[in-house]
Structures are given as C-alpha cells and as structure tokens.
Design a protein around this ligand. Structure first.
Ligand SMILES: NC(=O)c1ccc[n+]([C@@H]2O[C@H](COP(=O)([O-])OP(=O)(O)OC[C@H]3O[C@@H](n4cnc5c(N)ncnc54)[C@H](O)[C@@H]3O)[C@@H](O)[C@H]2O)c1
Length: 326
C-alpha cells in the first residue's frame, strides 16, 4: 500500500486511550462491526489506518513494541482484541509537565528527548497525524509535541484538555504552516459529558431554570490518579463545562477497584412552571478508554484528509463534532 494513501498515526502517550485505539484498529480492520460509528470516514476505511510511531516517558514502556506497551502497567483498559507485533517501538519523548506528582512513582519517568528529536522521528517514520494522549494538565508537553508536529509537517489532534485549539496563537501557527489542527479534549461517543449536556439542553429547552447540580465521576485508571491533583482537574473542568449559568459542580475521585470503568453521577436541580422544583438524578457506568476511541479514529481520518487537501489551521466543524471544547 502506498503510504500516501494511509493515515499514519504517531501516538503521544501510550496509556489506556492509546490501548483501546490500537486494539480498535485490529478489531475493525476487516470492516463493519457493532460499536463503530463510521467504518469509512473522510474517505478512509479502518484498513488504511496504521501506527507508525509512539512516544512515552514511562520506564517500563520504552523500547517495547507498541503491541506490548499497551498491556504494560499502569495501563488497565479492557482487552477486546489480540494485537500482533506492529514493529513500532515506543521511543522516549519530551517529559516537561507530562507526569504529575500522584503518578510519578508508578511511571518512573524518563523523557530527555527534544522537540527536534521528536520531529526527526516523525519524519523518519512517515507519520502524518499526531494524536496527543498526554495526561490531563500536560500543557507545556503538549506545546512541545505540537511544535515538533509543525516541524515535521504533521497534522495534530489534541485529544486531551490542554489549551491548543482554543489558543489563537496555536491556531495561527498551524494555519501559517498549512497544517490541520483538531481539538481540544475528545468527546466520548456516548459519555457523561454528552448525556449531561443533552439533559441540560432538554431541560432549558422546556423552560426549566437550572439552579444547581453536579457531575461526580469515579474511576480507577491513571486519568483519575491525575484528576486528584486540583491544578490538573481545573483543565478537565473547563472542557466539561455544560454552559453558562448552569451552576454545575464537577468532581472526580480515584477508586482503584473500578480499573478502567467510570461511574458518573449526574444531578440537575431546577425550577419549572411557577417556580415548581425539579430534581433529576442519573447514574451511568462506562468503560472509559474505549468510549473515546471511535471519535479519535474519526478525528485522525479527517485530519489526514485535510492534510492531503492542504487545509491548514483549526478544523472547526470536525472539532465541534468530536471534541469537548473549541
Ligand atoms: N474516555 C477517555 O478515557 C478520555 C476521553 C477524552 C479525553 N481523554 C484524555 O486523554 C488523555 C489520555 O488518557 P489515558 O486514559 O490514556 O491516560 P493514561 O494516563 O493512561 O496515559 C497517558 C500516557 O502518557 C504518558 N506520558 C506522560 N507524560 C508524557 C510525555 N511527556 N511524553 C510522552 N508520554 C507521556 C504516560 O506515561 C502514559 O502512558 C487524558 O488527558 C484524558 O483526560 C480521555
């Protein structure tokens, strides 16, 4: 297959989300199967998606083939596909603010590469789309990988809450380079943010005035270890906002026994006709990491198509559809 015809993904961060994505490409390679919203997206079937590079800083993942690194602790996402050896070694990335105090002991971080090293590896491997799956709070590290992507002529999809697509400066830099940018922070295909926003819309559309509520999340993966740090949680709260004036409290708790399952408790309080009180409570449980992999695959394929067409800068419509905050 001509590499110009393929979506050549470089993964930044080989954690649980990357694991679900890599498994998903194997699982859906032969075409249609339940759970995938778009077997073909922007002209690319799953069979034309491949992984060409992977960066991490966790000692135990470095040097391993991507097919093994996805099962390396502290990753704990569900196994739903066998992944053959991919011939893609996980190489050392740029550390910056990638690893928070809560997870440093589990990760034993390295990370002595420079953006120039990253760019050189992206070029050598023929990567054309960089997918950023760094932990919440990794603003500086995200910017360094974005810089490397620009140097290497790659599109960039920011799957996490760092401010990139929302930054006029970064939109401008990608536009000037003629390279596509998608972000920020992936929506899950069917997750707590989608359900919460749909409920807010339904209530406010019926004339209900919202007076309070919450979205309380529990989970047992590394994302939740990170969200215990209030500074890192701030970024997640910003992308999960449900709209002005809805007075929603967002909280997250690390509950190790849940592994990669996420439990969300959503509550909405409001006043209806004549000020009559209204309460709504909902509990949902999802496998966290696979729930966003479908949107990641769509974002990567849109970014690849835009790169092919020479469309640089923020892909606004794609970002509004697939990302939490634009
Ligand atoms: N459904 C979901 O799980 C979902 C949905 C939307 C967004 N996200 C976001 O996606 C991101 C990734 O989630 P995850 O569950 O895969 O997290 P994770 O903690 O399992 O994986 C992050 C990986 O990044 C690595 N890393 C840390 N610093 C690095 C650096 N400087 N360079 C390279 N690698 C580095 C870690 O070692 C780890 O392997 C999070 O920010 C999360 O908020 C997740």
């Amino acid at each position: 297959m001509d590499t110009a015809d393929t979506v050549n993904i470089a993964l930044v961060g080989v954690g649980n989300c990357a694991s679900s994505l890599v498994q998903g490409v194997e699982h859906y390679r032969d075409g249609d199967a339940p759970g995938l919203s778009n077997p073909v997206c922007a002209g690319y079937p799953i069979s034309r998606v491949r992984f060409t590079a992977a960066f991490d800083v966790a000692r135990a993942k470095l040097g391993r083939d991507l097919s093994e690194a996805i099962w390396t602790a502290p990753n704990n996402s569900r196994k739903f596909a066998d992944v053959p050896r991919l011939g893609v070694p996980v190489v050392e990335g740029v550390l910056a603010d990638g690893v928070g105090p809560g997870s440093a002991a589990l990760v034993e971080p390295r990370g002595g590469a420079t953006p120039g090293d990253i760019a050189a590896h992206l070029k050598e491997t023929g990567s054309n789309v960089v997918l950023n799956f760094l932990p919440t709070g990794a603003q500086r590290a995200t910017e360094l990988y974005a810089e490397a992507a620009i140097e290497a002529g790659c599109a960039f999809v920011n799957c996490m809450p760092a401010v990139l697509a929302r930054s006029p400066e970064w939109r401008g830099r990608f536009a000037a380079a003629g390279l596509p940018l998608v972000g920020d922070d992936l929506k899950s295909s069917f997750g707590a943010t989608l359900v919460h926003r749909a409920l807010v819309e339904a209530l406010t559309g019926s004339g209900v005035r919202l007076t309070g509520g919450h979205q309380l999340l529990g989970g047992g993966n590394m994302d939740f270890v990170n969200l215990e740090d209030p500074a890192r949680m701030k970024g997640k709260k910003a992308t999960k906002a449900t709209g002005a004036g809805t007075a929603t409290h967002v909280g997250a708790q690390y509950l190790p026994f849940l592994d990669d399952r996420k439990v969300a408790y959503i509550r909405l309080d409001g006043e209806g006709f004549g000020g009559s009180p209204l309460e709504l409570e909902l509990r949902m449980v999802v496998e966290d990491s696979p729930s966003a992999a479908g949107n990641a695959l769509d974002a990567a394929r849109h970014a690849r198509a835009a790169l092919e067409q020479g469309a640089g800068g923020l892909l606004e419509e794609v970002s509004r559809t697939l990302m939490k905050a634009v």
